[in-house]
Write a protein that binds this ligand. Structure first.
Ligand code: ADP
Ligand code: MG
Length: 669
């Protein structure tokens, strides 16, 4: 049965002054965007599952919102336009448990005061609908009209009677951009509702309402985004987080593509953004901000939405706890790297089904076991995740199933400006499944084409001995190695692009991953020093080492108290000079001391990151083809986990599309 027909709006009631006074009053009709937001929220509150917004001239001359919601009863239609008339709130106490988008009963009153509004509406109980026309707050026409159940609100000539306000409006295109932004975010908060936006007769986007957030993202931001998402689904202490986290490659120079909802309501909260960003540490470059869409569900009593007129700011009870939970949820997701697109593309494979039902068996069966995943495994004795409730499994599949059309693209402008490389990689991604099957590595002709054949046996050892394990993915993509540039970059090509790979950035990342893997598998990462190092420290520093003895041991150190305020180091995790080792010990002491209260996983990641930096950077190394191939293969498997940078966030690989190159040579314009 159609669920939305069950919505039965309570009668519209004019709030008493005492209730009205408690409401954060303010300007709801500030610009076309705010009008659209208020009216669309009304449609959502009315239980609509199809909402169409049409604007002209940035919404200044025309905004029309039609929905298939419950409609307004004929005898209440006029009342709805009175100030503080609402069907959603009656008493002051109700303010604590607001579950509807609107609650102030102000929107229709203030919008109709500054424009010409036409309302057409009908409820399921009534045979005929009603038409009412307002001009600057006064009724100028009222009639009975034949129409569908639902509501059409048309707002014309906004601010025509308030010239002062007109002055604050920007260019039509800017205003329509705001409208598109706000509707896009609302659409992401309601994947079960089909939204359509038409601007000056042109469809900007239309979501299907199939319940898939990834599909909404596809329509709003394009394929590049939709294919680069991790699903996040986490529940702890009565708080549930759901949504998606973008892979590092779709991060941007600003925060405009970050979306946080609290109980489905879009909010702006810098602290939450920061907490989420913190989870991306060591996979993002400085100045880059991740893409995400997160919905936080929290008991309505614990959040106050009544602090800002536009309702975009909220206050939480026990903020600190909330931030901790968010941080854990994000890290959990990024470290386990559940790639939602991969899941839906490999829809019919056993891996997909297993991972949907039992995360632990899925981990075992997974073709790619990541070091991070292991870190979460209870067998490793970590307690940092112990208070997590089980991941929610229920409607994961249906909610995030992504049906990426093979050849079509979204209507968004962003999509059409994607360059060829990006388009290509999108399709490459879709083809991954078949690549898995068809690949076989053949090193037999290695000697034939080798460029710079192994002059450097030592370096070969270096790249292979402590390499991360790449299971199953012996890929042999179309990415062909061309050679090495400046003894620093590997040049590769595929059908559409040329790539430069920074071998040192790649190497740093491999070492970090390798350290992490060994750490998780409890493989000793230490090397015994031929000549032990004696180091002077303060008593309190020595205390920290004592307190964290096990930790130091797990990180590859063997350290003893040497008396006289000194320690002796017998074993270290990295081969580097004495000064660097001392430096490292000091840094670790500091990490352990200052982050005492942080998540254990956090501290350990931080420590490993610090250790991996200490490897002396070996510049200018000639690589054999095999070494280059190895790097290319490893990068591919890291890429599939969304890792595209060195631990400090520098990019490992850059692309030059064929088109770009042809343009440089003026072969094409
Ligand atoms: P609020 O949303 O805060 O209650 P509004 O001024 O936005 O106040 O709307 C007043 C009332 O009009 C709502 O409480 C609701 O009962 C009714 N209403 C407004 N828009 C719609 C709609 N699209 N469908 C059904 N009812 C609506
Ligand atoms: Mg409202």
């Amino acid at each position: 049965m159609d669920e939305r027909l069950l919505i039965n709006m309570p009668k519209i009631n004019v709030l008493s002054n005492s209730v009205a006074d408690k409401i954060a009053a303010g300007e709801v009709a500030e610009r076309p965007m705010s009008v659209v937001k208020e009216l669309v929220e009304n449609s959502i509150d009315a239980g609509a599952d199809k909402i169409t917004v049409e604007i002209k001239n940035g919404g200044i001359s025309y905004i029309s919102i039609s929905d298939n919601g419950c409609g307004i009863a004929a005898d209440e239609a006029e009342i709805a336009f009175l100030r503080h008339a609402t069907s959603k709130l009656r008493e002051v106490e109700d303010l604590d448990k607001i579950s509807t988008m609107g609650f102030r009963g102000e929107a229709l009153a203030s919008i109709s005061a500054v424009s010409e509004v036409e309302l057409i509406t009908r409820t399921a109980d009534e045979e005929e609908g009603i038409f009412i026309k307002f001009s600057h707050g006064k009724i100028v026409e009222k009639d009975i009209i034949g129409c569908n159940v639902g509501t059409i609100m048309t707002v014309k000539n906004l601010f025509s009677n308030v010239p002062a306000r007109m002055k604050f409006l920007k260019k039509d295109s800017t205003e329509s951009g705001y409208v598109s932004d706000v509707l896009g975010r609302i659409a992401m908060s309601k994947p079960h509702i089909a939204f359509k936006l038409i601007n000056d007769g042109k469809e900007i986007f239309a979501t299907s309402g199939d319940g898939s957030l990834a599909n909404v993202i596809l329509k709003i931001y394009g394929l590049e985004y939709a294919k680069s998402l991790f699903d996040i689904e986490y529940s702890e202490g009565g708080i549930t987080l759901s949504g998606v986290l973008g892979k590092p490659e779709i991060s941007r120079g600003n925060r405009t593509r970050q979306t946080v909802f609290v109980n489905d309501r879009y909010v702006k909260n810098h602290i939450i953004s920061k907490v989420i960003e913190d989870g991306y540490r060591n996979s993002l470059m400085k100045g880059k901000f991740p893409f995400f869409v997160i919905n936080i569900k929290i008991a309505t009593e614990l959040v106050d939405v009544n602090v800002h007129p536009a309702k975009t700011e909220v206050k939480f009870a026990n903020e600190q706890r909330l931030y901790e939970i968010i941080n854990r949820a994000v890290k959990n997701t990024l470290y386990s790297g559940k790639n939602i697109n991969e899941n839906s593309i490999l829809d019919k494979s056993p891996l997909f089904n297993v991972s949907m039902t039992d995360p632990l068996t899925a981990e075992k069966n997974s073709t790619k076991s990541t070091a991070y995943e292991d870190m979460r495994h209870p067998a490793f004795g970590y307690n940092s995740f112990q208070n997590c409730e089980k991941p929610i499994k229920s409607d994961f599949k249906s909610q995030y199933k992504l049906n990426i059309p093979r050849l079509s693209h979204s209507n968004s402008q962003e999509q059409s400006t994607l360059n060829k490389t990006e388009q290509k990689s999108a399709f490459e991604f879709l083809d991954n499944a078949s690549e898995f099957k068809n690949n076989s590595v053949d090193f037999s002709d290695e000697s034939k084409n080798s460029i710079n054949e192994p002059k450097l046996k030592v370096s070969e050892k270096e790249y292979f001995s402590d390499s991360i394990v790449i299971e199953e993915i012996n890929n042999h993509s179309e990415e062909k190695i061309i050679g090495q540039l400046f003894k620093t970059y590997i040049i590769t090509e595929d059908e559409h692009s040329m790539y430069l790979i920074d071998q040192h950035a790649a190497h740093e990342r491999f070492r970090f991953e390798d350290l992490l893997r060994k750490f998780n598998e409890k493989i000793c990462i230490g090397q015994i020093l031929l000549v032990p190092i004696v180091m002077s420290l303060t008593q309190s520093e020595i205390q920290v080492i004592e307190k964290n003895k096990d930790r130091f041991a797990r990180l590859g150190f063997e350290i003893e108290d040497f008396g006289n305020n000194s320690i002796i180091i017998h074993q270290v995790p990295v081969e580097t000079d004495d000064a660097e080792i001392k430096n490292l010990v000091t840094q670790l002491i500091e990490i352990f001391e200052h982050n005492r209260n942080c998540d254990i996983t956090d501290i350990e990641l931080h420590a490993l990151e610090t250790i991996s930096c200490k490897y002396a950077i070996k510049a200018n190394k000639i690589l054999s083809e095999r070494e280059m191939q190895d790097i290319v293969n490893k990068l591919k498997s890291l890429n599939e986990r969304g890792i595209t940078t060195c631990p400090h966030g520098r990019p490992i690989k850059v692309a030059f599309s064929k088109t770009e190159i042809e343009k440089m040579f003026k072969r094409i314009v």
